[in-house]
Design a protein around this ligand. Structure first.
Ligand SMILES: [Zn+2]
Length: 505
């Protein structure tokens, strides 16, 4: 070996190997999930779930079969197709972590998928840099944004129809061809083009309150929203607004505003819509002033210290975002306290108080507000949030499986119990029939007994010989039974009456 490569040896020995000694050696299927989680917090859970959906599908199909045997209709014809429609056939592994970061519980859940989401999961579209915080005025207390992509929906609906059966498939196809715009756009055509981001921002004004009811006082709300990627819709629906609006234009943007202020319980509003075809954006707001703030260059929510603190260590782009500022949290707590004070009966007060105390205890700690994000990528779906509570795992696929299994066990138990009682009714009827024949025709206990003596035609006490609903075999006593002995026994031991029950026979 040359000196040069020998010199590299200590390096090789220290860097990658030491890291592996310090951290446990994860299975290769779990590593992509663990990489997206916090391993140094209070909670960490990771599970490999590839193909688990097949068990789920089998279970659902079995429940369907039992339901149908019992004569009750079951909506799902093919549960595996349904799973594919939802997109859970792509799930490979899932995990969650939770840790305290200052006042926050930082919660992450990651669902590793085999490639991009398919089926119904495509409805949440693709990740993009957050838009709402970048236009929301710095005073904004609530922002919500979501990407909505319906372009794959016609295809997904066909999969759903296949899972639900032929009849449903035909109904879905017919619905997709229905016109939904004045220009004759069909549901399918609309859906195939719809891929947009809806962003909303609202500011609460606690200095101007309004009263939805006598005991409740709420801050007034300024609201602005933006739809990115759907100005083409204006050609189909815009005329519905255009006719009743005051139209103005500025810098290539068309403003459609209500001709006069509208009275609302919150005070007067003058709704306005702005269409910016160059940027492919449709804006809407309750008032021009707040819209101008959102469209202008003034200070934005994204540059406030509280929002930056909330977003820190969460994704800077994604498919869904929700944020509530400390003021918004205060308003919610305040509203809850009002609800508590306005409860009419003592009983109502108790229930409301328990709920409100639970909410307020958790929420008041917030200095920077709470935030939730969802981000999809080729590797999977990441849910990340900063909330007042550690999330140590909610419903996940394994839990869903357990739930469905319980349902299935329940259904099986119900079926077993129903069979048992139906069988007991049968053997009871057979016993009564031998009793009738014995008394009318004057047989003694111990005399020969055959099926033909009690059933077979309309002249016999039970014209049609009953059978066990669970497939058991009935054995008739060869002789008329002694008092207290049953005349007929089922091959399923649990279907037979106890000695106690037949004592008076
Ligand atoms: Zn039976």
């Amino acid at each position: 070996m040359k000196m040069k490569s020998l010199a590299l040896l200590p390096l090789l020995a220290t860097s990658p190997c030491v890291a592996q000694e310090d951290s446990p050696d994860f299975h290769k299927n779990l590593s992509p999930v663990i990489e997206k989680l916090d391993t140094d917090g209070e909670h960490l859970a990771v599970t490999y779930i590839k193909d688990d959906y097949k068990k789920l599908a089998e279970t659902i199909d079995m429940i369907g079969k039992i339901s149908q045997e019992q004569g009750s209709p079951f909506p799902i014809q093919d549960a595996e197709k349904l799973c594919k429609f939802i997109g859970i056939d792509q799930y490979v592994a899932t995990g969650s972590s939770s840790k305290w970061v200052g006042e926050y519980a930082l919660n992450r859940k990651f669902l590793a998928t085999n490639g991009k989401p398919s089926g119904f999961s495509t409805i949440i579209g693709e990740a993009k840099p957050w838009s709402a915080p970048s236009f929301a005025p710095a005073s904004a207390d609530l922002v919500i944004e979501t990407q909505i992509n319906l372009t794959q929906l016609p295809l997904a609906q066909k999969q759903l129809a296949l899972a639900l059966g032929q009849e449903m498939a035909e109904q879905v196809t017919a619905k997709m061809q229905m016109p939904v715009s004045p220009k004759g756009l069909t549901v399918q055509q609309l859906s195939e083009k719809l891929n947009f981001r809806l962003s909303l921002a609202a500011s609460l004004d606690n200095s101007k309150t309004w009263n939805p009811s006598e005991d409740v006082s709420l801050p007034t709300i300024d609201l602005v929203g933006r739809i990115d990627g759907a100005t083409w819709l204006w050609d189909h629906y815009g005329m519905m607004v255009e006719n009743d609006s005051k139209i103005t234009e500025k810098d290539g943007i068309t403003f459609y505003s209500a001709p006069k202020a509208l009275p609302t319980p919150m005070g007067e509003v003058t709704p306005v819509i702005a269409v910016d075809k160059a940027k492919d954006q449709i804006w809407f707001a309750l008032n021009m002033k707040y819209l101008a703030e959102a469209m202008g260059d003034g200070p934005k929510l994204s540059s406030t210290p509280h929002f930056q603190a909330a977003l820190k260590s969460l994704p800077s782009s994604g498919n869904m975002l929700a944020y509530g500022s400390p003021d918004a949290i205060k308003s919610i707590v305040n509203l809850a306290e009002q609800a508590k004070a306005s409860a009419s009966s003592a009983e109502e007060k108790d229930i409301v108080a328990t709920l409100v105390d639970a909410i307020t205890e958790k929420l008041t700690a917030s200095k920077n507000g709470y935030i939730f994000t969802l981000q999809t990528s080729d590797q999977g779906i990441l849910f990340a949030s900063k909330s007042p509570m550690l999330d140590k795992g909610g419903p996940s696929l394994p839990i869903m499986l357990a739930g469905v299994s319980t349902l299935f066990v329940g259904a099986k138990y119900y079926k077993d119990a129903a069979d048992e009682s139906a069988c007991k009714v049968n053997t009871n009827a057979i016993h009564k029939a031998t009793w009738v024949v014995q008394n009318i025709e004057g047989y003694e206990a111990g005399d020969k007994l055959t099926w033909e003596m009690i059933s077979g035609d309309n002249s016999k006490p039970i014209p049609e010989r009953p059978t066990c609903p669970a497939g058991g075999t009935y054995t008739l006593s060869p002789t008329f039974p002694k008092e207290g002995e049953p005349a007929c026994r089922c091959s399923h031991p649990e279907h037979n009456l106890s000695k106690e029950e037949t004592r008076n026979w």
